[in-house]
Design a binder for this molecule. Structure first.
Ligand code: ATP
Length: 304
């Protein structure tokens, strides 16, 4: 059993400032720290901490940031399949002011060069039980990975985030689509704030399962032809929701991989596991540091 994540990795450079600088202004930071980030990286770490055997296909620069991301991924137990590219490792520069308002600039860097899968990468996809994808790497590559998975027996979990215009056929080929409410509305072509059950009906109409994450309210799981199932969120004191969505997706993939079962009931079980993992993550600061281990999720579920 194994999970293959194909996606982005960034180094997040976080500056604490009194206020976000206006155009032309220079401000002194109160503090600075750097963290591993990027949806692919976060989801790979979440799946690994939640007990899955994880391979991660990612493009990094030949630079110190790339070395650091590779080292941290390996330390998390991930079998890293990194391409080193002639572009800097992706970065996100984040200013956070005293009111926790933020301003972010992302440079995709090497992530934009994750094009044309190699034969070894296609073999890794075909060997995996679950393939996890997001939309921070070139969409043609995402589509190629989905086609490769569909040619074999690999199950595809597509986290269609951030919102993007998808190549034709991509959505239809994903076995499990995972989106938050904003992404669901954009994909369904309905106004933001539309009822989540209507959104789910449109997303499952393509003939495959979809999950809409609902923040503190949990997640709504839909399978074509069956009534939607609400997996309620856990009531916790939320300290920092950064990375909640990525923790959910990685934990979901680990749970699907572990059960190996494709029934609607096992999808609901996996969503319940992921909801518990994400609830633990929001109680702690940071994206990667907040991701729980399998033992923590099992202990939390035993008590809630
Ligand atoms: P983010 O962008 O903050 O990483 P997202 O918008 O992709 O998240 P959300 O729907 O906000 O996704 O959150 C994902 C999951 O995290 C939810 O389905 C839920 O299980 C859990 N979660 C998020 N916020 C809370 C909260 N305040 N309390 C408990 N669980 C939460």
């Amino acid at each position: 059993m194994s999970v293959l994540v194909l996606g982005s990795a960034n180094l997040d450079l976080v500056y604490d400032v009194d206020r976000i600088p206006a155009p032309g202004e220079t401000v002194l930071a109160r503090g600075f720290a750097s963290f591993p980030g990027g949806k692919g990286n976060n989801q790979a770490i979440a799946a690994a901490r939640c007990g899955a055997d994880v391979r991660f296909v990612v493009a990094l620069g030949r630079d110190a940031s790339g070395d650091r991301l590779a080292e941290e991924a390996r330390r998390a137990g991930i079998d890293l399949r990194d391409r080193r590219c002639d572009a800097p490792t992706g970065t996100a520069v984040i200013y956070v002011d005293r009111g926790a308002e933020n301003s972010i600039v992302v440079d995709s860097g090497a992530n934009a060069l994750l094009t044309d899968l190699t034969a070894a990468e296609r073999d890794d996809i075909a060997d995996a039980d679950v393939l996890v994808l997001q939309l921070e790497t070139p969409l043609d590559t995402v589509a190629e990975a989905v086609r490769t998975a569909r040619a074999g027996a690999t199950r595809v979990v597509l986290n269609a985030a951030p919102s993007a215009d998808l190549p034709p056929g991509l959505l239809g080929d994903a076995d499990v689509l995972v989106v938050n409410e904003h992404e669901a509305a954009a994909l369904a072509g309905l106004p933001a704030g539309a009822d989540e059950r209507s959104l789910l009906a449109v997303l499952t109409d393509r003939g495959a399962a979809a999950i809409i994450t609902l923040g503190a309210a949990g997640a709504l799981v839909g399978v074509p032809g069956a009534a939607p199932v609400l997996v309620p969120g856990h009531r916790v004191e939320a300290v920092d929701t950064t990375g909640a969505g990525d923790t959910f997706v990685g934990a979901l993939a680990a749970a699907l991989d572990r059960s190996g079962d494709r029934t609607p009931a096992s999808l609901v079980d996996a969503a319940a596991f992921a909801t518990a993992a994400a609830a633990i993550a929001v109680r702690r600061k940071g994206a990667v540091p907040s991701i729980p281990t399998l033992e923590e999720v099992l202990d939390f579920r035993g008590r809630h």
